[in-house]
Design a protein around this ligand. Sequence first.
Ligand code: NOJ
Length: 784
Amino acid sequence: MKNPHRARLRVLLMATCLAAGAGGVAPGALAAKAPPARNTPAPPSDAAVEARARALLGQMTQAEKVGQLVQFFYSGTNAGATTSDASAKPYDADAAIARGEVGSLLLVTDPNEVNRLQRIAVENSRLKIPLLFGFDVIHGFHTIMPVPLAMAASWDPKVAEAGQAVAAAEARAAGVNWTFAPMVDITRDPRWGRIVEGAGEDPVLGAAMAAAQVRGFQGSYIGAPGHIIAGPKHFAGYGAATGGRDYDEVELSDSQLHNVYLPPFKAAVDAGAGNIMSAYMQLNGVPAAANGWLLNEVLRKEWGFKGFVVTDAGGVLSLPRQGAAASPEEAATRAINAGVDLSMEFPGKSPMLSLVDAVKADTVSQDTLDTAVLRLLEAKIRMGLFENPYVDPKAYAAQIADPAHAQVARTAAERSAVLLENEGGLLPLNAAKTKSIALIGPFADSWHDTLGPWVFTGPKPTGVSILEGLKAKLGTKVALSYSPGVPVPERIHKSFFDGKVNPPVPLPAFDAKSEFDKAVALAAESDVAVLVLGEAQNMAGESASREGLGLPGRQQELLEAVIATGKPVVLVLMSARPIDLKGARPAAVLDVWYPGSQGGPAVADLLMGDAVPGGKLPYSWINSASEAPYSYDFMPSHAPWGAATRYWDTATSTPRYPFGYGLSYTTFAYANLAVSKDTIAKGASLDVSFDLTNTGKRKGEEVAQLYIHQRAGTSSRPVRQLKKFARMALAPGETRRVTFTLTADDLRYWSAATRGWVEDASAFDVWVGGSSKADLAGEFTIAP
Ligand code: NOJ
């Protein structure tokens, strides 16, 4: 029988590969919806879902209702004591499920365990309401995609959509119904470890990636076969953590919030996301899990979000710690009244159970409780859990063995890479002339680090290292030698994830002094040295912020010693931050992020020219951590003449590489910009067209970008803002006329002067080009 999910995946995969070769440019097409799956059963109507949920609600006791609002971490057969109270007695979560005190679990990824737990709910609980299984499916489940930041660097939403569709298929087959992803937090401070999980600094790129990931996870509707519920997080503002320190408070102006931090969430909601996760930290003093303005006013009333809201782990119980409630009971009351439906918790006595008393005391209305319960029941109905609560472990095994999944991962890794330097056209390596390559560095043969963070041991992912990828590619044609050179650097403070969910895989032991010397000697003997340096996978992600941006451990020393051999050096960077190379200048630099399961083969293809880098930076590459936070869309100041010299103790105050930057193995030129109308009325649209030419000798892909600047208005507007982009492939010598349409939505913004959205009459600058330094300019005016 035809598998509709696989058919859809293949369509997506083809779309990803073909976006490159598509003739005629329709930039919007990159954000276009994937065709709906054929043979897919139609979703039940909203009215039918609601009626069924209400009928069930009518049979529930108050205790059963509040039980639906509890989600527990679950690991192993017994979840043990609550982590927030280590002295508490072991808690029997299985018994709590049978009593109907738990509606959802997280961290269960084994299909047999899913079935065992589901059986308790479906066979032993009074109303037989199935459990909803959630999990952090961040960039893959078994097959690991490049990290989300990397997928954003592809500037190709189809890459993210296809990657998350694979992740969803594998997760659903294991019994996972819902992912705590995508993370759509805008980040302008690369010290913050979670930068790896988002799409970087820009709201337009961020919104495109947010919507694409929701489509990938969910398919065309909630409950579509082979898909899972998407839970964009962390609502809202988490990416602006003070000082880049994880979990620290966030102070954001309303203007920044509306214009920069909320648009990716709005895009995710518009794409149909079924869940939203509230953030941990205080936003302007109010913890996000108690922020009724965010959850009830903005998310639900303004945006019309119909799904359920979950707190981040322990978010309700942390309200007293954050000084926003005097007791766990008050915390539960505050959270549900603020718009939280489900409390993610470490197992124990849930504060949500106290809501039975809160309704009696009238501090929570019956309607508020019932509405939250209905949202959870509706999610379970839509996911078909009442009809199909169990999964087939054999089907899971078949699902993860699908070779199409590895292909999606490999394509994504190739399309994510960003070429930062390529002096003298060192890359791609000339297979005919390069007789020997020295592959050096602690990450060259570490498949574990290649996967990146947020990869769990549960689903047992594997990956192919760069050494393995290059060996397979080169065969005996090129002499390939290898040395790690230095050990994988270690964190000073261990992550609380270390040893639990992401145990590092140690390299074989070696003598530090002799291995360093050996690496340098190998470089000196070879035609070219390829160094794979960066950050270990536990140096990015949650609770993984840094104070500096240098290469950890002895990697800088190794880089400098290899450069000193005089041999051509290619630096392959594996990290999710701009790395400060402190003046070391390798001839070629290829940023491959954490490229995932197929990182090895993908990097081998890129180095040897079987794939051409076409990604662009999703953030400004600042020179050092002391320049953070930074974004290219800063406001014009009274002193524009000093923009590049804001600090006197450094030669430049501008980033090393601008937002949107990335080279190719070919070159591109922009010309003949035309604006369709000099003047438009408010609410009207206009077209901006230009010629894009591949001026080099190879086929390659360029991400054309359009930026605007509003010269005068109710508020000051940024010096430039990305509004449109499209990635397209051009043959050598090919010229294509590209047209972007600017609409009223692109030209309006939220102003603190009027406390609302405005479209001003003003003159505008417009630029097109291959980065935020785009210099092919035009102008237009919105008439008063
Ligand atoms: C805490 C993290 O902030 C969140 O992103 C994650 O989904 C939950 N833990 C569950 O693992």
